[in-house]
Design a protein around this ligand. Structure first.
Ligand code: NIG
Ligand code: FE
Length: 407
């Protein structure tokens, strides 16, 4: 009847009206890589277990949709540990960037690093994420800042899915920083992004979306607008690093382009929040960057709630602002630093994270017809996923209907 049946666990389906969409003592049936049955175990057809090819016993724990990390810069060369030390000594992220360090220091290292070496360091970080029940990861380019090196990063990102049981969504972030060759000609660099890089990336089919960094140390709204218009011409959806360090009206700009998400958002205005609400743009909150940079201004979680803007949480894994390889830790920080509820935090790494990648209706909830990506956890309540710090209660990971991790 079914390829796989998961029993003996409580379901956090993350859909419906009940907290966590909970189904106590539930069961999930899987066929052809998709969920085909979800409900209380008592409603299962009588011979379901006997007629399923494989039965997974969740041993009384909780079963959730597998986690989605919807914002990472997982592929990079070099290290920025000396900047960490400089920041501890009082230097700010912006000062370091303006002095030619920051993103540009990773650009120098990434340009010089071979694809094999980039792949192997990214795999190490990816393995940390996967060990906590992640099965979908977004990975951005943006440390090449020239056509060949941006393509190199995207190829490496895509290739990770050949090496591990993970779905990779790639995002082209050519407008991450101004490369040194264009230091005196920012608009000429935007021309290059629009006229050469974007068509090359689209041609190669290497990106699922286009991102930019809209900030006073990066690109202006006018420049981002040109890039977004070109992305749309090429049929690519957009997202934006917006309002991380200052209010540049990036969120409203993102919404005007029907962006999948606007990310960071510590400085977003009420108008920006309202614009996002009108287009259903997801607010991707990144507490790792907030924490690591010692920021004090929190994103306006209450305003997002009031306007019903879906909130996602992600690691922003990168060598500068967020050297984070634990999505579960982001649940904890999302609650403790930003004031999310544990249920909001879990929705932020499942349902809403999937939506931030254009995968709503495909992943992020336990419902018939969704991809069978789910995790069983050794917890007595789903809030424990946000409560415990540094514990990894991940038991079994099922991806596309197959058990890919078991403990
Ligand atoms: O999301 N804000 C811009 N980009 C990254 C940081 C990248 C870096 O510092 O290398 C971020 O925080
Ligand atoms: Fe980022």
């Amino acid at each position: 009847m079914w390829d796989l049946l998961v029993v003996n666990g409580h379901l956090a389906t993350m859909t419906g009206d009940r907290p966590y969409g909970a189904v106590p003592d539930g069961a999930v049936g899987v066929s052809d890589g998709r969920i085909v049955w979800v409900g209380p175990r008592s409603d299962l057809p009588a011979d379901a277990a006997r007629r399923s090819r494989e039965v997974v016993d969740a041993r009384g724990g909780w079963i959730t949709p597998a986690l989605v990390d919807c914002h990472t810069h997982l592929v990079w060369g070099g290290s920025r540990v000396e900047e960490f030390e400089a920041r501890l000594g009082g230097a700010t992220y912006e000062e370091i960037a303006l002095g030619g360090g920051g993103i540009l220091s990773t650009v120098r290292a990434t340009r010089e690093t071979s694809e094999d070496a980039l792949r192997s360091s990214a795999l190490g970080r990816l393995d940390r994420l996967l060990s906590e029940g992640v099965t979908t990861v977004e990975i951005k380019s943006g440390y090449g800042l020239a056509t060949p090196t941006e393509l190199k990063m995207l190829r490496v990102a895509r290739s990770l899915a050949d090496a591990r049981p993970v779905t990779v969504r790639t995002t082209f972030l050519g407008a991450h920083a101004l490369p040194p060759e264009f230091a005196d000609a920012p608009d000429a660099y935007v021309d290059l992004v629009c006229d050469e890089m974007l068509p090359a990336v689209a041609d190669a089919g290497l990106a699922d979306a286009v991102d930019a960094f809209c900030e006073r140390i990066a690109f202006s709204p006018t420049q981002v607008e040109r890039i977004f218009a070109r992305a749309h011409e090429l049929g690519l959806p957009v997202k934006l690093h917006a309002e991380q360090l200052s209010d540049s009206s990036g969120a409203a700009l993102a919404a005007a382009f029907d962006a999948l998400s606007a990310d960071h958002l510590e400085w977003v205005s009420d108008d920006g929040v309202a614009a996002m609400a009108a287009t259903g743009t997801v607010a991707v909150l990144l507490p790792g960057a907030f924490y690591a940079l010692g920021e004090t201004r929190r994103p306006p979680v209450d305003a997002f709630r009031r306007h019903r803007v879906p909130m996602a949480l992600a690691t922003d894994c990168n060598p500068g602002s967020s050297p984070v390889v634990s999505l579960l830790l982001m649940l904890s920080m999302g609650c403790t630093l930003f004031g999310l509820t544990p249920e909001e935090a879990l929705a932020g790494v499942t349902r809403h994270a999937a939506r931030a990648l254009g995968l709503a209706g495909e992943r992020g909830t336990l419902e018939p017809s969704r991809m069978a990506d789910l995790v069983s956890w050794d917890v007595e309540h789903p809030a424990e996923l946000a409560y415990m710090i540094g514990a990894n209660p991940c038991r079994t990971v099922i991806r596309a209907g197959r058990v890919v991790r078991a403990s």
